[in-house]
Ligand binder design. Sequence first.
Ligand SMILES: Cc1cc2nc3c(=O)[nH]c(=O)nc-3n(C[C@H](O)[C@H](O)[C@H](O)COP(=O)(O)OP(=O)(O)OC[C@H]3O[C@@H](n4cnc5c(N)ncnc54)[C@H](O)[C@@H]3O)c2cc1C
Length: 422
Amino acid sequence: MNTEAPVDVLVIGAGPAGAMAAALSRRNGLSVRVLEKTRFPRFSIGESMLPQSLTLLEEAGMLEAVEKAGFQFKDGAQIVREDRKVDFVFSMKTCAGHPYAYQVTRADFDHILANEAERQGAEVRYEQDIIAADFSGDTALLTARDAAGRESRHSARFVFDASGFGRILPRLLQLDAPADFPVRASLFIHVEDHIEDAAFDRNKIRVAVHPVHGDVWYWLIPFSEGRASIGVVAEDAFLQKYPGDLTERLMALVAEEPGMKRMLRNAKPIWPSAREIRGYATAVSSLHGRNFALLGNAGKFLDPVFSSGVTIALKSASLAAPLAHRQLQGGTVDWEKEFAEPLMLGVDTFKGYVETWYEGALQTVMFSDNRPPRVYELLCSVLAGYAWDTENPYVGKSGRRLRALAQTLRNREASDQAPPVR
Ligand SMILES: Cc1cc2nc3c(=O)[nH]c(=O)nc-3n(C[C@H](O)[C@H](O)[C@H](O)COP(=O)(O)OP(=O)(O)OC[C@H]3O[C@@H](n4cnc5c(N)ncnc54)[C@H](O)[C@@H]3O)c2cc1C
């Protein structure tokens, strides 16, 4: 087995979290090696960005390359249920930061970020599958296997696990914990969309709720050049009831949502078949150890409904990289207080939104005509990814506040409809 030159920082996985952690560590003057299992460009799900992610990419000197790539501009999200429709426009947010984002093919987006990390001096090696990790000594020892089956050993003073759903350290170090949500699944495909509806706004992700099942929803993410990503999310058991292959099951579900059915009537699949991902919600008992931190999906993934995954992944790297640098300089770091707790503020914000979305309370708030204008702006901020803004009362333990507001709005609507007392 080859023993490679030691580095300060080793990053497992070259997705957004890994590329960002690598770039930031390089900017701090550390030597960095990224080991990525696949060869880029490679497909990844998660195509709708939030404005907060742009602000984070700017911090790592990666935004310019993304801005130049010609991705589809995104200025908000449209939420639809039958004849109810609401546009959340990011520029209505209450805090500082970018008011727009992009809808991206992740193969291209992730490749750009990995190249940017490389440009900043990180060594990025592809087709390197991490298969073992030993954290018993002063430096971490990782074993990688390449595409030809050759193994190599890498030692590092600090390790970022950014392996996404690969979840390398949670599995190798037994850090897995029960997820917060039931087992949900998604069917999705890329299409030439041929949407002719002049009212259709390509600058927004369209999230549509199933007309009968309030916990089943669809995404329509327009890309540039007339293409789009479409998908449906539901509890796994619900999706399994639909017969046929993956494409037939997805299209049967698309036909049940009138807007999706109408807009996509001329759509032509680009892929030979729809794809499926199941049981993606993850959690861990700890997000850090003596000389490692778990970033992005390798630590925690909630749910796709508010497109928060890449933002959380980038935020985790942005919080962790300076702490690892300080530790490697001989400083003291309280990883729980300085990394896990600040990260979880935003994760808990989104968790409250996800829970109340599926329960129905958030949909009540979103679609209500009586929702106070200020609440709309505060929701726009969170939906733009500014989920760490402590000035926003709908940040943090957001679920209780959203449930209470939904109840107030329901009571008000019920009393508005009650016949006048004589
Ligand atoms: C159905 C669905 C829809 C989604 N939609 C959105 C969305 O619209 N917007 C959004 O922001 N997020 C979305 N997400 C979430 C998003 O996909 C993830 O949160 C995001 O990709 C996480 O980034 P990451 O860097 O942590 O991991 P990843 O992007 O998954 O990158 C991890 C990398 O690690 C590599 N790796 C894995 N194992 C190993 C190994 N053994 N050795 C070396 N490398 C390894 C992988 O090959 C991969 O390149 C969605 C998720 C799902 C399930």
